[in-house]
Every structure is written in structure tokens, then in C-alpha cells.
Design a protein around this ligand. Structure first.
Ligand SMILES: Cc1ncc(COP(=O)(O)O)c(C=O)c1O
Length: 359
């Protein structure tokens, strides 16, 4: 078996012990005589997996009894539309725009609510997140939405933005479980699983109970947070395989020391990688220093041609997924929780060699 260093932005690297466990229990799931892919989601064996995953997500995020975990399909992008439909129909909703994903979220919100953009980094190519005091919060908004980590541009909030008392809603797709959060500041958090939580196919929502009452009664049931929550995400057939793996990833994170350990790991990896980028001006980071992401590190070499050579040579050296997003160009190393320090060390060594050759 040979596994390469995977810097993919998503679906991203999964912990090897999780993949090995999935392999080992695939054909006969824990003595059931069938795989988890083949059994009823209403049976006791799957139900235990499902409920445990929900409980573990709450434990990892520090969410108490007044929170509900909801598993939904359709990716994080479906939530861009479902959020205003459930929480903001006919009302004003507020958005902080810090990249492509929050732009999409705002566009969808405009279709279902009176959505306003409180702040945008578009004027500086999304190289930063708002500094404290950069915008006036809207206390009357149905909610304030922000994207805690901007996967494409490589920026990240290091503190929770001010919602001015409005409920705070966060797309945490690309940095959930990588840093401790003060859950009391939030009303709803959602994340496509395929970066830090598991495979594509399930979106995880953590919703404060009091918000569930806002889902309008005339919403189609499959669009309603309230209906999904009331049925423990068994309104229809849930994405069982994805949820099972999310549960395994949660257990793995717990065994590693929880979110605090992931935080320390992210800090070590990002510090080392940015130090290499900052070494002598050969590499240039995209994000302003105080907005740098610890999950998606965006940078470039002195020319587009060298960027291309970098990606090609890196691939040949077993370093995969380093091409920047097509809308930004350059290079991007996604160093999610499951990317080991050894992979980052290998990338740094490669960057040093590449600089010596081309600098
Ligand atoms: C921050 C963020 N939000 C939303 C999405 C969209 O997720 P999905 O593909 O699950 O719809 C992505 C995908 O990369 C993302 O990085």
C-alpha cells in the first residue's frame, strides 16, 4: 500500500485509522452479517451509530441539551437556500462576504429574504476578514451569516464576528473541529462534512432549539429544519454511510485529545508552512497576515509558469492537490485535521528545494 500526501481542498484527507476501520468492518458490520450500506436505517444497529454520531458532535462542540444536531443531504450549498427559507423569510438577513462561498450564500438569501451585505472583502480580492469594528452590526436582522474559513481564498476568522445581538449563523464547512468555539455565541452552525468531518454526502447542522420554531409551517417538509430535527434526521433515508464515517472521525478526534488537540496541531502545521512562505520573498501568501487560514494556505511563486511547474513537480514527488482554485490561481495547500505533520514537513522540504532550483 502506498498513500501519498494529500492536500486536497475537499473532499479532503481522512484519518488513516478511520479508513482502516471502515475497511475492516465493511462486509460484516459488527456481527450483523451484512454491511452498514445494506441495512435498514430504522434498525437498532444503524440507529445506535446515528445517535452516537449526533451525541459525539455535540460533545466535541460543547453543545448542551438546548442544541439539536441535524444531518441533511444536498451539501453545504443547499443550506445557502434553506437558511433564509427557515429562519429569515420575509425578514432582513445580514451577511459578511469574505469569499466565493459567502457570495453564493448571499445570492441565495436574496431570493428568500431581504438580505443585506454588511461588509465585503471583494475590493481586496478576498484577502482578509473584517477587523473588529469594520462594519456596523444589525441587531434587528433575523440572523447574521458568516463563513468562518474561506476555503478558496485562504482566510479565516480568528475571533467570532459581532452580530450585535442578532442570532449568529456560521458556515463552518472548512474549519469545524479545528479550534475550540464558544458555542454560546452561535445559534446555528453548519458544515459540509467532506473537509474536517468525513466524506461528502452529509451536511451537519447544529441548531439551537429555539430557532427550530421559526421554520414556516408551509415549507416543504424536506426543506424544514424543524421537521428534520423532530425526526432525529430520519425524516427520510439519511446518508447512512457518510454519517457512520462522520461518527468514526468524531471518535478519532476524541481519541486524539479533542478539539483542543486539533487546535494545537493546526497551529503547528500552519506556523511552519507560513514561515516557509515568508522566508525570503520567493513565495508570496495571498491572505493578509492577520487573516491567514490555518486550514487552506494560499500562496504563489514568482510567476504563473513556475506555479504550474510547482504543481507538476510536487505531484511527481507524492504531494497531491496543491493547485490553487481556478478563480484565484496560484497554489493552495489544504491542511485539514487529518493531514499529518509529516505531510506538511514534506511539503516544506519540497518548497525549499523548489526555491533553490528556481529562485
Ligand atoms: C466554506 C464552504 N462552504 C460551502 C461549500 C460548498 O459545499 P458543498 O459542496 O457541500 O455544497 C464549500 C465547498 O468547498 C466550502 O468550502
Amino acid at each position: 500500500m502506498s498513500r501519498i500526501h494529500n492536500f486536497s481542498a475537499g473532499p479532503g484527507a481522512l484519518p488513516l485509522p478511520v479508513l482502516e476501520q471502515v475497511r475492516d468492518e465493511l462486509v460484516d458490520f459488527r456481527g450483523a452479517g451484512m454491511s452498514i450500506l445494506e441495512m435498514s436505517h430504522r434498525g437498532g444497529v444503524y440507529e445506535q451509530v446515528h445517535m452516537q454520531a449526533m451525541a459525539d458532535i455535540k460533545t466535541l462542540l460543547g453543545a448542551g441539551a438546548d442544541w439539536k444536531v441535524v444531518f441533511m443531504g444536498g451539501g453545504a450549498r443547499t443550506q445557502f437556500a434553506l437558511l433564509p427559507l427557515n429562519l429569515g423569510r420575509g425578514r432582513r438577513t445580514a451577511y459578511l462576504t469574505t469569499g466565493a462561498w459567502s457570495e453564493y450564500a448571499l445570492t441565495e438569501a436574496k431570493k428568500a429574504s431581504d438580505a443585506i451585505e454588511l461588509w465585503s472583502s471583494a475590493g481586496t480580492k478576498h484577502d482578509r476578514v473584517p477587523a473588529p469594528g469594520a462594519y456596523a452590526p444589525d441587531p434587528a436582522a433575523a440572523y447574521l451569516h458568516y463563513t468562518s474559513n474561506n476555503t478558496i481564498f485562504g482566510t479565516e476568522y480568528s475571533r467570532v464576528p459581532d452580530a450585535g445581538g442578532a442570532p449568529l449563523v456560521c458556515d463552518m464547512s472548512s474549519n469545524i473541529l479545528s479550534r475550540p468555539i464558544d458555542i454560546d455565541k452561535f445559534s446555528l452552525i453548519y458544515a459540509g462534512a467532506q473537509k474536517n468531518m468525513g466524506p461528502a454526502g452529509v451536511t451537519v447542522l447544529i441548531i439551537r432549539d429555539e430557532l427550530l420554531a421559526r421554520s414556516p409551517a408551509d415549507l416543504p417538509e424536506m426543506f424544514s429544519f424543524q421537521k428534520h430535527a423532530a425526526q432525529d434526521s430520519m425524516l427520510n433515508t439519511p446518508p447512512v454511510f457518510a454519517i457512520y464515517i462522520v461518527g468514526l472521525v468524531c471518535r478519532h478526534v476524541m481519541q486524539q485529545g479533542g478539539v483542543a488537540a486539533m487546535d494545537a496541531l493546526a497551529e503547528r502545521k500552519a506556523t511552519a508552512l507560513y514561515a516557509e512562505i515568508d522566508r525570503d520573498g520567493f513565495y508570496r501568501g495571498h491572505a493578509q497576515r492577520d487573516s491567514r487560514s490555518r486550514m487552506n494556505v494560499t500562496f504563489r511563486t514568482p510567476s504563473e509558469d513556475l506555479d504550474k511547474q510547482f504543481v507538476k513537480a510536487a505531484d511527481a514527488s507524492g504531494l497531491s492537490g496543491l493547485k490553487g482554485h481556478r478563480s484565484v490561481g496560484g497554489l493552495r495547500a489544504s491542511i485539514y485535521n487529518a493531514v499529518p505533520e509529516a505531510a506538511v514537513d514534506a511539503l516544506i522540504a519540497f518548497m525549499g528545494e523548489f526555491r533553490r532550483k528556481h529562485g
